[in-house]
Design a protein around this ligand. Structure first.
Ligand code: ATP
Ligand code: MG
Length: 332
C-alpha cells in the first residue's frame, strides 16, 4: 500500500457568476487556481490563509460535494485518494460512486452549533452514519456510540441528551464522535476550533492529536490561525488568493518562513507576553483582492513589501529554499 493517502494535482475551481436577463454565466470566481499537495497516511497537513483565499473550497472539493451543491461549478485537476480498494480520482466520481467512499472520508465543521440537529439526541446523531454505512445491529450501534463518547471525553449517559445541553467544546467533541463513527481514514477539519475559546481550542486540538495517534487518522486541517495549525501539522501549506505560496515541514515554515506573505502571517501571531512582541512585526497593508479580479503575475504583489516590477508579469513557481520548504517568490 502506498504511503500517500491523498494527492491533489493542479486543482482549479471556479464558481460561476450569473447575470443578464437570461441568467447566463458572466464571469468566474477563480477560488482555487492550480493547487497541488500530497498528504501521507497518519500525517496532518495544515492549510492556512486569510478569509476568502479558497480553503473551504479545497475542503469541499476533497469530499466531492461541490458538483451537487453549486450548479455550474468548474472543477479541473485530480484529487487522488488511495482507498482500501485502490486509487480513485474523487473529482471524477458521481454522487452514487462517491457513496461507498463516504465512510473513508469524513468532515468536521467549524460551527458545532449549527452542524448539530437540535431536535435529535446526541446518541441518535452519532448513530446516524452507522445506520447508513454499516450493517450493525441496534445493539452493536449503541455499543459503538458509547465507545465513541468515551473516546472523545464525554460520558455514556450524554447519549440521551440534546445539543443545547452542551458547551461549545463539548459540541465539537460530539461532532468529532459523529465523524469517527464509521472509522474513516481521512478527516477534513474545516476551522474546527475557530468558534471556540482559546483554552477550549487547546483541549480539542489535544483530543484530535490523541485520536490521530490511537486510530492512525490522517488530517487535512484548515485554519486561518497559523499558531493553531503549527501545533497540529506535520506540513503547513500557506494559501493566498487561490494559490499556494509556501509549503513545507511545519518547523521551517513557522520559524523561518520564506514567502513575504507567510512572513507577514507569522509576524502577526501575537506573543503571549506583549512586552516581548517581535520588534520586526509586519502589518499587511490593504485588503486581500477579490478572486474575481486577480492581479496579473504574482497574486500577492499588490500588498508585497518587497515587490519588483517583474512581479506583474509572471506567476512565480514554488521553488525549494535553503531552509527546505517550497516558496513561490524568487526574491527571498
Ligand atoms: N458558492 C459560491 N459561489 C460563488 N463564489 C463563492 C462560493 N463559495 C465561495 N465563493 C468565493 O470563493 C472564494 C473562496 O472562498 P472559500 O470559502 O473557499 O474561502 P476560505 O479560505 O474558506 O475563507 P474563510 O476563511 O472566510 O472561510 C471567495 O472569494 C468566496 O467569496
Ligand atoms: Mg472557509
Amino acid at each position: 500500500m502506498s504511503d500517500l493517502l491523498l494527492e491533489v494535482k493542479n486543482l482549479k475551481i471556479g464558481y460561476p457568476v450569473w447575470g443578464g436577463v437570461l441568467r447566463h454565466k458572466v464571469a468566474e470566481v477563480r477560488a482555487v487556481d492550480g493547487v497541488s499537495f500530497c498528504l501521507p497516511r497518519g500525517q496532518t497537513l495544515g492549510l492556512v490563509g486569510e478569509s476568502g483565499c479558497g480553503k473551504t473550497t479545497i475542503a469541499k472539493a476533497v469530499v466531492n460535494i461541490l458538483k451537487a451543491t453549486v450548479p455550474g461549478v468548474h472543477q479541473e485537476g485530480q484529487i487522488l485518494f488511495h482507498s482500501e480498494k485502490g486509487v480513485v480520482d474523487l473529482l471524477s466520481l458521481s454522487r452514487s460512486a462517491m457513496r461507498p467512499l463516504r465512510s473513508e472520508i469524513q468532515m468536521i465543521f467549524q460551527d458545532p452549533f449549527s452542524s448539530l440537529n437540535p431536535r435529535m439526541t446526541v446518541g441518535h446523531m452519532i448513530e446516524g452514519p452507522l445506520r447508513i454505512h454499516t450493517q450493525m445491529t441496534k445493539k452493536e450501534r449503541v455499543q459503538r456510540v458509547h465507545w465513541l463518547l468515551d473516546r472523545v471525553g464525554l460520558q455514556v449517559d450524554h447519549a440521551g441528551r440534546y445539543p443545547h445541553e452542551f458547551s461549545g467544546g463539548q459540541r465539537q467533541r460530539i461532532g468529532i464522535a459523529r465523524a469517527l463513527a464509521v472509522s474513516p481514514k481521512l478527516i477534513i477539519a474545516d476551522e474546527p476550533v475557530s468558534a471556540l475559546d482559546v483554552s477550549v481550542q487547546a483541549q480539542v486540538i489535544n483530543l484530535l492529536q490523541d485520536l490521530q495517534d490511537e486510530l492512525g487518522l490522517t488530517y487535512l486541517f484548515v485554519a486561518h490561525d497559523l499558531s493553531v495549525v503549527y501545533h497540529i501539522s506535520d506540513t503547513i501549506a500557506v494559501m493566498y488568493l487561490g494559490n499556494l505560496v509556501e509549503m513545507g515541514a511545519s518547523e521551517p515554515v513557522y520559524r523561518q518562513p520564506a514567502h513575504p506573505y507567510s512572513r507577514a502571517l507569522v509576524s502577526a501571531v501575537p506573543h503571549p507576553d506583549p512586552s516581548k512582541q517581535r520588534p520586526d512585526r509586519q502589518r499587511l497593508k490593504g485588503e486581500i483582492p477579490t478572486p474575481l479580479n486577480k492581479p496579473s503575475g504574482c497574486p500577492f504583489r499588490t500588498r508585497c513589501p518587497i515587490v519588483q516590477p517583474q512581479c506583474a508579469d509572471m506567476l512565480p513557481p514554488l521553488e525549494e529554499k535553503e531552509t527546505g520548504q517550497l516558496a513561490a517568490c524568487p526574491y527571498t
